[in-house]
Ligand binder design. Structure first.
Ligand SMILES: [Zn+2]
Length: 368
């Protein structure tokens, strides 16, 4: 049977392969080095120079000598668990490393990143039969202090022999997959999709032979999930004149999400732009204008005190840096089945790309 003709995607086979590899590579908060290596390797042909800061934030630069500096940014780290306590019977209790969701943990498979390499383990959970017979006859709810890993060891010594130590991190095993109608699922699309998209922006600039009248800093920051820390450090180092941040935001069309609180955003309807105090009015207006001119659909939303993204780290760095947030809608954030739509990836890349082509050092970003 003939395949239906599709409009050509801006994503090449090579970029899709990179997305899959990048998604399937663990990059726990504080231990992002393997992911950063993969990312820099992919980015290298499209930049002139690069560096990595002391805590692992990776930066690719186009026009490194330019005085005016623009950042496009995503975060590289992935929520995970820390080994905290090993029982004499060989079970492992944990602490969070970022906002991992205790409710989805029972029955999941993980890799523990030990000193001798990856060790497979599972989140054990009492059987439906045994827990119904518990004295309170109340269903136990998963909590950090009752969740445990079982790797097959039956003593503390056996655990240690496997190279597992206090402070080792554990990540879920689930990787990238595709569903019907161009939906992708995977672990930590938050925010590896961002790292992928900013790299694709650099690729498009190079392949379309575009020159920019400023220095472009393509930043993949570490440690976002524990308080926007990597961005905080790198914003001080770069001292940019403007910053475009990309991260994920909630699709509010799934059950048990309240649009009255969370707003109206859906996968497949384009990137989302946020209003909020850290989002610079003039820069946001410019992005909205670019979207309208280039017929890129956008979905507006608002935040209260903060966007909860690296936008704050850039906006409030140094003497204040005009910053804007371009988010991609995502379902089931911080689960192992984070889901997003291919067309939103394409449109978000295009919106960043077209914004960069519109921005110049002379763009009026004056507040009044
Ligand atoms: Zn997150």
């Amino acid at each position: 049977m003939a395949k239906l003709a599709k409009t050509k995607s801006i994503l090449t086979d090579e970029s899709m392969q990179f997305l899959k590899n990048y998604m399937n590579n663990p990059s726990p908060v504080g231990f992002e080095s393997n992911g950063q290596k993969l990312w820099l390797e992919y980015l290298k042909p499209y930049i002139q120079t690069s560096y990595v800061d002391p805590y692992g934030t990776a930066v690719g630069i186009i026009n490194p000598k330019a005085a005016f500096k623009v950042v496009i940014e995503a975060h590289a780290d992935e929520i995970s668990w820390f080994v905290n306590y090993i029982t004499p019977e060989g079970l492992i209790y944990l602490k969070r490393n970022g906002g991992v969701d205790h409710q989805i943990a029972p029955g999941q498979r993980v890799f523990i990143h030990g000193k001798k390499g990856l060790v497979k383990a599972v989140f054990g959970w009492p059987a439906i039969h045994t827990r119904i017979n518990s004295p309170e006859s109340k269903e136990p709810q998963p909590r950090v202090d009752n969740l445990f890993l079982d790797c097959g060891a039956r003593s503390k010594k056996q655990i240690e022999d496997l190279g597992i130590h206090i402070g080792a991190v554990a990540t879920y095993q689930d990787g990238f997959d595709e569903l019907s109608n161009d939906y992708f699922i995977g672990r930590a699309f938050d925010n590896r999709v961002g790292g992928f998209m900013i790299a694709e922006v650099a690729r498009l600039l190079k392949e379309n032979k575009k020159t920019l009248p400023y220095g472009l800093y393509i930043v993949n920051a570490v440690q976002e999930e524990i308080g926007l820390r990597g961005a905080e450090m790198i914003a001080r180092r770069i001292k940019p004149d403007a910053a475009i941040i990309t991260d994920v935001t909630h699709d509010t069309y799934t059950p048990m999400v309240n649009k009255i609180i969370e707003g109206d955003v859906a996968c497949g309807k384009g990137p989302s732009l946020a209003f909020g105090p850290a989002v610079h009015n003039k820069l946001l207006a410019l992005v909205e204008d670019v979207a309208a001119k280039k017929k890129i659909p956008v979905q507006m939303r608002t935040v209260s005190r903060s966007t909860g993204t690296d936008t704050e780290s850039f906006a409030y760095a140094n003497d204040g840096c005009p910053s804007v947030l371009i988010s991609i809608p995502l379902r089931y954030m911080h689960t192992t089945v984070e889901m997003l739509h291919k067309s939103d990836i394409e449109q978000t890349i295009l919106l960043m790309y077209e914004t960069l082509l519109t921005l110049t050092p002379k763009t009026n970003l004056r507040y009044i």
